[in-house]
Ligand binder design. Structure first.
Ligand code: OSB
Ligand code: MG
Length: 371
């Protein structure tokens, strides 16, 4: 198979509820959709779900656009590809810029599955027909606002809630949510906001009593020793997100016992190909995994649902219905959850149609190239 045509769509969608993490607040998102056409005429879509600002990873939507148009499109066009697993190797000379690479890798997987008439989940080795979804809630102005958000999601049927925390916004919100929802599966995500100093270690250890499913990314991405020290001193499992960009990062984290759980994001790791490989490495090490989100639009969300159907994804994933974030999805039917459970699409490829008219309406920039 060869890719003969590439279109990049830079698309902007407003969030229905603004989202604040330890680093910043956002009201809208701008992602890049990768539309590929193969020499058999079949199209495949992927999403570069890169944040606009370099606060989660070094990448931004601008840098992703630059790398995609200047390096990735020329490296992909007209290359003979026998299997999507070969895609990362085409981009091997490009260091970093994994969000951009991930969008291309996912688009080839979707195209390949579609041209074979099989669901993306099956192509990836997925075994589940449904995926348990959790929701991720941002930092709210007050505890009451947070409790209202949790209630809303619990009423919508979600049974696992993740709270964003930061120094000074940890024990109080966690204690309040735990008191109001004693049975809820609850976990927290610090996005690396804690420092490797005694007061911060103590604050994190102080969360032990709330029965959290995990503490996600307490320290800076490269601070694996700090993470290992916390893991050795707490009963709560430490989960790594930003720390794990590559399979080598994962192997190092496992060797250091820097955590016990892995959040796999295909976007962060450079695609579905490395995500599946990370799933296998984690399984061999006895680390359960789940699929994290980057507030994906429908295209990236469907790829996450397919990925979450692999057997090692034993913990609830951040693959809530699109309606939690967006008034209208870019795919038809939209990704939706029923009582916190998302059905893995059974149709070929992504299993939904990209609403190209809506994409064109939300588009802020477009790029095309063919050979
Ligand atoms: O750390 O998991 C994170 C969103 C943007 C950047 C980082 C993260 C998140 C989320 C959102 O938590 C989860 C989702 O997409 O539902
Ligand atoms: Mg995270």
């Amino acid at each position: 198979m060869k890719i003969t045509h590439v279109t990049l769509h830079r698309v902007r969608l407003p969030l229905i509820h603004s989202f604040q993490t330890s680093s910043h607040r956002k009201n809208h998102l701008e992602h890049i959709l990768v539309e590929l056409t193969g020499d058999d005429g079949v199209a495949g879509w992927g999403e570069i779900a890169c944040p606009s600002d370099p606060f989660y990873a070094p990448d931004t939507v601008e840098t992703s656009w630059l790398i995609a148009t200047r390096y990735l499109v020329p490296a992909l066009l007209d290359e003979e590809i026998a299997h999507p697993r070969e895609v990362p190797a085409l981009f091997r000379r490009v260091r970093g810029h994994r969000f951009a690479v991930a969008g291309f890798d996912a688009a080839v997987w979707a195209l390949w599955a579609r041209s074979r008439g099989i669901p993306l989940a099956q192509a990836l080795g997925g075994t589940r027909a449904t995926v348990t979804a959790g929701v991720s809630l941002g930092i709210e102005p007050t505890i009451d606002d947070l409790l209202e958000q949790v209630s809303r999601q619990v009423e919508a049927g979600y049974r696992r809630v993740k709270l964003k925390i930061a120094p000074g916004w940890d024990r109080e919100p966690v204690a309040a949510v735990r008191a109001a929802f004693p049975e809820l599966t609850l976990q927290v995500d610090a996005n690396g906001a804690y420092l490797d100093e005694p007061a911060h270690h103590e604050a994190l250890r102080g969360l032990d009593r709330y029965g959290l499913a995990m503490i996600e990314q307490p320290f800076a991405p490269r601070a694996l020793l700090a993470s290992a020290a916390l893991q050795a001193a707490t009963d709560t499992a430490v989960c790594l997100d930003e720390s794990i960009d590559t399979l080598d990062d994962l192997r190092t984290a496992i060797a250091l016992k820097a955590g016990r759980i892995l959040n796999i994001k295909a976007s962060r790791m450079g695609g579905l190909t490395p995500a599946v490989a990370a799933h296998d490495v984690a399984r061999d090490a006895g680390w359960p995994v789940w699929c994290g989100g980057m507030h994906e639009f429908g295209v990236g969300r469907l790829a996450n649902v397919a990925l979450s159907s692999l057997p090692g994804f034993t913990l609830p994933s951040d693959v809530s219905g699109s309606d939690k974030y967006y008034a209208r999805d870019l795919v038809v039917p939209p990704v939706s959850a029923d009582a916190g459970v998302v059905a893995v699409p059974a149709g070929p490829g992504l299993g939904a149609r990209v609403d190209e008219e809506f994409v064109a309406g939300c588009r802020t920039e477009v790029f095309t190239s063919s050979n």
